[in-house]
Design a protein. Structure first.
Length: 311
């Protein structure tokens, strides 16, 4: 059941960390694939192969498909705002800006989610959560340093990625309308199938992928990693957190992705970590604790250090 107090338990914090690794890798995979494939074809392959990977699991778990348009409509809406629009916008953005900058701009998602939920009347606009999101964005800015500019064409990429983050914020609202009786695996699969159906039409009209030259093996390996790890597995984890902790909380993963990207660069590629990056990571960690709220509760409940005595 979703959390009723806007807080996240320890299990879901672990799942958020796992999800940040899976989705952090998607920006790397996108950066490799977009060198040989157009953005819409990339998104089509991502959602189509992701669906193909999830379907056998769906059959194994004996989860029934939705019936009729009324049954499928929520999953088409979720697929549109959580996959088709943001995937396409962000990948188009990555043709103008770096993968690292795209992941950092994606970290604005919780801010959009908090505002969308408040405007829709789904959640109160708590000062604590707004302050936490703003602090998280400050941490993201610290992580990126002074490299955020609006040089030629870069501004287009930045706006496209911000539009993708806004779409994710709308997806947080749409997630509230998903049938609660459907298990996370079913929700992940159905919204991916709906996304694939939409992308077949869009990519078929715009890119005509059957006319494209065959990509190299490196690109296919990146496609496989994107579909398997950053899509199929990631969405199983995503909807697990969504069911347990709520739509706004699951979007906090986008604040963790830039930190994860830096750690992966250090552990896998041997890239150095600067003091600025350490400070940025600490600010983001503090922001997540502020949004969660339990630390503030513990502090407010802590007994006074100076006991009062009666004569």
């Amino acid at each position: 059941m979703p959390s009723t107090d806007n807080r996240i338990d320890s299990r879901d914090w672990v799942l958020l960390g796992v999800l940040s690794v899976l989705w952090g890798g998607s920006f790397f995979f996108n950066g490799v694939i977009v060198r040989e494939l157009p953005p819409l074809t990339l998104v089509l392959l991502r959602v189509a192969l992701g669906s193909a990977i999830l379907l056998p699991l769906l059959r194994f778990r004996k989860i029934d498909f939705p019936s009729g348009w009324s049954g499928w409509a929520p999953f088409f809406a979720m697929g549109l705002f959580n996959n088709v629009l943001p995937f396409s916008l962000i990948v188009f953005g990555q043709t103008y800006i770096s993968s690292g900058l795209a992941s950092i701009l994606n970290a604005t998602t919780p801010l959009f989610a908090v505002v969308v939920m408040a405007v829709a009347g789904e959640e109160r606009l708590q000062a604590r959560r707004v302050a936490g999101v703003v602090a998280g964005l400050i941490g993201v800015a610290i992580l990126h340093g002074d490299a955020l500019g609006f040089e030629t064409r870069q501004g287009i990429g930045i706006l496209l990625c911000l539009a993708g983050a806004f779409s994710y914020g709308l997806a947080a609202l749409v997630a509230r309308r998903l049938p609660s009786r459907v298990p996370p695996l079913g929700t992940a699969t159905f919204q991916m199938l709906a996304s694939a159906a939409m992308m077949v039409v869009v990519a078929g009209i715009v890119d005509r992928p059957w006319q494209l030259p065959m990509p190299h093996m490196t690109t296919w390996l990146a496609v496989l990693g994107l579909a398997t790890l950053s899509t199929a597995l990631a969405y199983i984890v995503f909807f697990q957190i969504l069911q347990r902790s709520g739509a706004t909380n699951v979007m906090l993963v986008t604040l963790l992705v830039p930190v994860t990207a830096i750690l992966l660069g250090y552990l896998v590629l041997g890239e150095p970590i600067s003091l600025r990056e350490v400070i940025g990571a600490l600010v983001i960690s503090s922001a997540l604790l502020l949004i969660d709220g339990r630390v503030l509760t513990w502090i407010s409940r802590a007994p006074s250090s100076t006991p009062h005595t009666t004569p």
